[in-house]
Design a protein around this ligand. Structure first.
Ligand code: AP5
Length: 221
């Protein structure tokens, strides 16, 4: 958990590679549905492009079906779910159904001005979903680097084209922050009361935060 741009996706991907368990990011799944023009994608698009939460009727079933897949048997990292109290209640039911437990809810805390800079220069890979930042974590082949990349930003992992997310536009970022404050932030208390909350100071460089995350979880590099 954490506000938009706090680094949830960046850290979750690194941790999933370290633990060899799936990184399940609801935002990525929904963007794939939109790109594929599916019925779910068509319904989700208007909410996502406005920076609002997609209705629970769509998201809860997606998560339930995804967690039933065999690659989740040894664990998984959920990124961006739950985001409101109804999703949290339903996640508990799904965990009961699947007989799995929640080890930790990681909360990335960071001052809002820091995340605005992160979001405005974010680039994501169209093919594999890897996330970059033009200043803090630039791809090796960048448009800033001139002709070597053919004027395009290219993913280091898979060579896919990088793009700027539509919802990283300033007015939509503002809506995402306010939705986060109203609907998602209150869940921090919920996880604290359950005794599973782990708060990580998310200001600083990617590797610094990753080291903090691993040591708080008691995992070696
Ligand atoms: P989603 O894609 O989950 O967006 P978000 O929550 O707003 O989070 P972000 O992806 O913007 O940020 P992040 O914290 O993952 O940061 P990142 O690692 O990318 O959701 C999008 C939309 O989908 C929602 O608005 C909603 O419509 C819908 N949706 C999703 N889940 C839903 C749900 N449960 N219910 C209903 N609707 C849902 O990092 C950001 C940038 O900073 C990158 O450029 C990165 O390279 C850079 N960076 C990261 N860490 C550092 C660092 N330490 N230092 C410098 N730069 C850094």
């Amino acid at each position: 958990m954490g506000p938009p741009g706090s680094g949830k996706g960046t850290q979750a991907l690194k941790l999933s590679e370290r633990l060899v368990i799936p990184h399940i990011a609801l935002g990525d799944i929904l963007r794939e549905e939109v790109a594929g023009g599916t019925e779910i994608g068509k319904q989700a698009e208007k909410f996502m492009s406005a920076g609002k939460l997609v209705p629970d009727e769509l998201t809860i079933d997606i998560v339930r079906e995804r967690l039933k897949k065999s690659d989740c048997r040894d664990g998984f990292i959920l990124d961006g779910f739950p985001r409101n109290s109804n999703q949290a209640k339903n996640l508990e039911k799904i965990f009961l159904e699947l007989k799995v437990g929640l080890d930790r809810a990681v909360y990335f805390s960071i001052p809002l001005p820091d995340v605005v800079k992160r979001l405005s220069e974010r680039r994501s890979c169209k093919r594999c979903g890897a996330v970059y930042h033009l200043t803090f974590h630039p791809p090796k082949k960048s448009a800033k680097g001139g002709s070597a990349s053919g004027g395009k930003d290219v993913c280091d992992r898979c060579g896919g084209e990088l793009y700027q997310r539509h919802d990283d536009e300033e007015s939509i970022i503002k809506t995402r922050f306010s939705v986060y404050g109203d609907e998602t932030k209150p869940l921090i208390k919920h996880f604290e009361e359950k005794g599973v909350l782990l708060e990580i100071d998310a200001a600083g460089g990617v590797e610094e935060i990753y080291s903090r995350l691993l040591s708080s979880l008691g995992i070696s590099k």
